[in-house]
Ligand binder design. Sequence first.
Ligand code: ZN
Length: 585
Amino acid sequence: MPAILLENQIRLVQFLFFMITFVLIFAGLGADIHPDMILFNGKVLTVDASFSIAEAVAVKKDRIFAVGSNADILKLAGDSTVRLDLKGKTVIPGLIDGHLHPESASLSELEEEIPDVHTRKELLSWIKTQAANREKGEWIIHPKYFPTRLQEMTWPQLKELDEAAPHNPVFLDGSYGGEINSAAMRISNITGETEHPGIFKDSETGQPNGLLNASAFSLLKMNKAAQYTYKERLDALEKMIARYNAVGFTGLCSGAGDPENMRMYFDLKKSNRLTARILQNITLPLDINSSAKEIEKKLKSLGYYTGFGDEWIRVGALKTWIDGGILTGTAYLREPWGVKGKEIYGVDDKTYRGVLLISKKALVTIGSVASKLGWKFTAHCTGGGGVDLMLDAFEEVNRIHPIKDRRFSIIHGNFFTPEAVEKMNKLGVYADMQPAWFYKDADAMNYVLGEKRIKTFHPYRSLFTAGVMVNGGSDHMVKFDSYAATNPYNPFLAMWSIITRTTERGSVIVPGEAITREQALRMYTVNNAWASFEEDIKGSIEAGKLADLVVISRDFMTCDVEKIKTIKAELTMVGGAIVYKSDSF
Ligand SMILES: [Zn+2]
């Protein structure tokens, strides 16, 4: 190479180097080193490892810049820093709901309000009004109807439904079980001759008594559910997320779904309309009895796995189902549902323990492939028999592909014996709990299952004491109001319920399993951040973490315990942006 050319090249490199240095220094001088906003004069519950309390937080861009005393933090302010005087108000990390269904919930009351009935009388009078306002033959459907949540804890008599709506088919849809009236049977051609394991019949007359298992829902000849356009669904979802923001949520784990769900969140994000961080569980995209080979092939073809995504939208666990639900007597228990089970759910079989939807073998197969491919694996599981089955399967999976780093979980679980808790601790399996099931249903479970079995129902203190990771969520399915929804998604109501062990009916059930305010708050913050492998970037108010926080209306730590359930979010911030503000700001 001629010397002159080489020299030119060296000069060019030197020149470029000089220019880059110049630009960097210039940019550094020009950039504002001050925080964008300082919230001061507050009581900041950081929820860091030592649960330290600070007075002020500085936010810069989407991150927490610094946390500390008023004096230390205010010193950082520059000319353009916005200062927000909290006047003593409490700040907590942005709350995360560990399990709910925003996409379907967002559509649930678009057409009409779903009633919030508490007694059989209220239910029947709602049906009567509906019948009076509808054409003959038009369906009256109550989605997510759970009889044990009524004072009487039972399904209405078929006769009562027929009297309330003689000419309109009625369907009380409890997801895993339901009830229909005679008009619904006529329209759907369901008679004494219909042979279907999901149809319950009167043992004397042999005629259907109106009660159904979910397997028979497909026989119902209902008019098509309202179809919404993609745009309508996106708008509804945006509004639903705004409702979550209004009670303090900055993160949500969508409990089950597919790439279609994720696409909605991506589209909201693209147009700057996503105001909460999303973790999306993925429903197993093939038959549960598929071979390991088929599952591996299918999962690999998806092109994503747990953790894929960014701070806004991330892939959660691979999910399947173990059993039915506690409200319809279809949860798979350790022992038969018993005499009261017959009284409440109308099950005749004395050995009946619930509905089991999957074998241990299938669980081991799916779990092993999941673990091998880097997925975290979880399942809907509502009965203790299901919990034990899952843990047995997970133990086996653990021998094939260790699962501790995969953070496998049990969704709901509900019933945990000391043995189950010990196994969970050993395997690093966490409890994905929804206190709403305790708040709404502990009374019914107490009545049906009795004193001994209720001790294993939502044993929060035992789980915490053993060192098991416990997460908090709502399983919000339908209705918009945070307190009246099914399930209620108000996080302060949920925390109050498990701090006091108090139910909707006002009973205090197994008070020995109460947890502290600090533990309850961890369930909805850092513990949920841990579930998505994001404990280093969110879940607590610490410098460098995402600026997700909530200013609340009362001091969560010292207010009268009964007032916890009335706490309101007054300002919700996600990634440094205020997404909700009450009138007090
Ligand atoms: Zn759910």
